[in-house]
Design a protein around this ligand. Structure first.
Ligand SMILES: [Zn+2]
Length: 245
């Protein structure tokens, strides 16, 4: 299946990368991605994956848009207050790029529905705000051998890594357990920085361009504008990925 003339035109500026061309663009078009969360991180991730031409974006969020979300959740606007965030995301993304398919999932991810909610995807992008659901997705990803881009933001700091079990440590190896959900300060640009890095990791993986942050945890401190990288190791007795070869 070839790209249409409109698609050739739309994606021209990225297709002229030496290793990109029509082939990598078709790989993006035939990709199916789950974005878990349509909030601060999910907004830039979804926007950049949509405009890059990722063919099918499944976006999952059970939350309702509130006025206090709008300092960072740029997928949404004032007119969408009270609306489900996944549905609002679909409206924005379809307007940005009518050539892709967007599937909103409005259920809360749980042990019982994770299979149906995520389904068969090529990549999961973690844009969640809590470690409980992250660990649920991590287990699903490890079990089904689906790679996952993990990121988190807190205040003016953020972290990012690329997980592909069994080659890399899983999220449990990197951060076992959960952290209680608390209200923390955040400015939209912080989620923007980390979300854009997540989007780039996803685009590179799906198109087959460049290298990913495998086994490397990137930490960003917005106060001092410093990036640090911490190598990560697999936990031999990890309850999630231990024993998986
Ligand atoms: Zn593990």
């Amino acid at each position: 299946m070839a790209l249409s003339e409109r698609e050739q035109n739309r994606y021209h500026r990225q297709m002229i990368f030496p290793d990109w061309g029509e082939e990598a663009q078709l790989r993006l078009k035939n990709s199916r991605v789950l974005i878990a969360g349509a909030g601060g991180l999910g907004s830039p991730v979804a926007i950049y994956l949509a405009v890059a031409g990722v063919g099918t974006i499944r976006i999952c969020d059970c939350g309702t848009l509130e006025l206090s979300n709008l300092n960072r959740q740029i997928l949404h606007d004032d007119s969408r207050i009270g609306k489900n965030k996944a549905v609002s995301a679909q409206e924005t993304l379809s307007r940005l790029n009518p050539e892709i398919t967007v599937e909103p999932v409005t259920d809360e991810l749980s042990q019982t529905n994770v299979q149906a909610a995520v389904g068969h995807v090529d990549l999961i992008v973690d844009c969640l705000d809590n470690f409980e659901t992250r660990q649920l997705l991590n287990s699903y990803a490890v079990k089904n051998r689906i790679p996952m881009v993990h990121a988190g933001v807190y205040g003016m700091r953020g972290q990012l890594t690329f997980i592909q079990s069994p080659e890399t440590p899983c999220l449990w190896c990197i951060h076992s357990g959960t952290i209680p959900k608390v209200l923390f300060p955040i400015v939209g640009a912080t989620a923007g920085v980390i979300g854009c890095l997540e989007a780039l990791e996803a685009i590179k993986y799906l198109s087959g361009i460049g290298t990913n942050l495998r086994g490397r945890l990137l930490i960003w401190d917005g106060f001092t504008m410093e990036f640090t990288e911490l190598p990560q190791k697999k936990m031999p007795d990890c309850p999630v990925c231990g024993g998986i070869k």
